[in-house]
Design a protein around this ligand. Structure first.
Ligand code: AMP
Ligand code: ZN
Length: 468
């Protein structure tokens, strides 16, 4: 078998074949956070998913160029920076740093490059210009620029949205009117609508605007304003990965309109297919509802850390479900995952070094990962390996370490706690007493070790002392 993914575009599990003729390099784009607040753990399911896709590609031998955008200018960042009385730059810089810290806590490998929207405005304007030139975009009377979905005969290829309502309107409608157009970055209407590529400045934008003429050396007639959200991702992904690249990830709620619009803008501007594989993770739910900032039912990583729970327990909890299944978040489930994580870590610490990779379990694990990232079965393989009495523990250790390149559960970083020498001396004395079959003495020494706040466990590799 080889690596395969469920492609939202074809609605099928497909074998992964990279565009690169050498078969080595892969371009991967993950829609990143809007840096206007702390990301919640529902959002982090999407970033953990992007990270898992990257790790799986690397595990299968590919070199991955992974790009993640930071949406640092849009309706929400402008609105909330004004409410906070801060410049857009100051405001988004703070939440960008918090996002990076949270990602590090979750063992998310930083992308090859984070791309900030505000640093790619000229690329966005070039793209908009190309769309106007080719007749796919039009300027409205207020100076904003909209994408004309009716001109794109492939519109709806990803989400299968319908153009029905648009078609009901009289042909040759007045493009200066607002009918059928959506100025907001986010909309939920099931029907396609013309969407904003460039938003003309109005007083609500305050200090936030760009002058395209200056940026493009006068080569544009687009007036003062700011980009729409969708064009940001098209411009930044194509800048670093090329007009046609391999994999694009995000949560299912981005399929429409965001990803549909990304495809429309990019393919109409370049005339090429934009992305080969579209991968989407399902939601984190709370009591049957999607976890969302607007629903007020969200949990951030801060709360998890404050409760003394390891962020990696959340990572494990997400891996225990397939990415295409919704996960109902409960504190009990998270505590269960934390117990499992502790068990995994303590087994790993007990194993000695110097073994060799177990082929049978590696094959099983790899098959599960290759099969559309079946992480729940891959985790089951981890436990099967741990429980298998026929495998030497030194082999278990190296094999688990290899698995962790995909799982990211922090095994490589685990260190035996430094145990004070006097406690180790007590453990040595206890081991000596046991060897001499002086069990009263060995029990006394164990009690002394426990009183000092440590435990001693007898394993096949000898006694292991740990902090309680
Ligand atoms: P947003 O900041 O709303 O653009 O969301 C950032 C990422 O998180 C996107 O990929 C969303 O699809 C994803 N997302 C948002 N809410 C959830 C949720 N409850 N469960 C899983 N993914 C989510
Ligand atoms: Zn995006």
């Amino acid at each position: 078998m080889s690596l395969s993914f469920y492609n939202t575009l074809s609605k099928k599990v497909e074998q992964f074949v990279p565009i690169d003729p050498t078969g080595k390099n892969v371009g991967l784009y993950t829609c990143g956070p809007t840096v206007y607040n702390y990301a919640h753990i529902g959002n982090f399911r999407a970033y953990l998913f992007g990270d898992t896709v990257k790790r799986a590609l690397q595990y299968c031998g590919y070199e991955v160029n992974h790009i993640m955008n930071l949406t640092d200018v849009d309706d929400k960042t402008i609105r909330d920076s004004q409410l906070a009385g801060k410049t857009l730059e100051e405001f988004t810089a703070f939440f960008t740093e918090e996002f990076k810290k949270d990602s590090a806590h979750l063992n998310i490998v930083p992308p090859s490059r984070y791309t900030r929207a505000v640093e790619h405005i000229p690329q966005m304007i070039e793209l908009i210009e190309a769309l106007i030139e080719k007749g796919y975009a039009y300027k409205s009377n207020d100076g904003s620029v909209y994408f004309n979905v009716r001109k794109d005969t492939n519109y709806g290829q990803l989400s299968k949205v319908t153009l029905a309502n648009l078609e009901k309107r009289p042909f040759g409608r007045d493009e200066s009117s607002a009918a059928g157009r959506i100025a907001k970055d986010e909309y939920e209407k099931e029907n396609a609508s013309d969407f904003a590529l460039w938003k003309a400045w109005d007083e609500n934008d305050g200090e936030v605007f760009w002058e395209p003429k200056g940026l493009l050396g006068g080569r544009t007639s687009i007036g003062k304003g700011r980009p729409g959200w969708h064009i940001e991702c098209s411009a930044m992904s194509m800048e670093y990965l090329g007009a046609h690249f391999d994999v694009h990830t995000g949560g299912v709620d981005l399929i429409f309109p965001h990803h549909e619009n990304e495809i429309a803008q990019s393919e109409c501007a370049t005339g090429e297919q934009f992305v080969n594989y579209w991968l989407h993770n399902e939601w984190v739910m709370v009591d049957g509802k999607k976890m969302a900032k607007s629903a007020g039912n969200f949990v951030t990583l801060r709360t998890i850390i404050k409760k003394g729970i390891s962020p990696l327990a959340f990572r494990l909890l997400m891996l225990m479900s397939h990415y295409r299944s919704p996960v109902n978040f409960t504190w009990e489930a998270l505590e269960g995952a934390e117990n499992a994580l502790k068990r995994l870590h303590s087994h790993f610490l007990e194993y000695g070094g110097g073994g060799s990779v177990n082929e049978k379990y590696t094959e099983l694990f790899t098959k599960n990962i290759e099969n559309d990232l079946n992480t729940p079965l891959a985790i089951a393989t981890v436990w099967d390996l741990i429980k298998d009495p026929t495998i030497p523990s030194v082999d278990k250790k190296v094999t688990l370490l290899n698995f962790d390149a995909v799982l990211g559960l922090g095994l490589a970083e685990l260190k035996k706690e430094t145990i004070p020498v006097e406690i180790l001396a007590l453990a040595d004395m206890r081991e000596q007493a046991r060897k001499e079959k002086d069990f009263d003495r060995s029990d006394e020494l164990r009690a002394e070790i426990e009183q000092a706040g440590y435990t001693v466990k007898d394993t096949e590799d000898g006694p292991v002392v740990a902090k309680k």
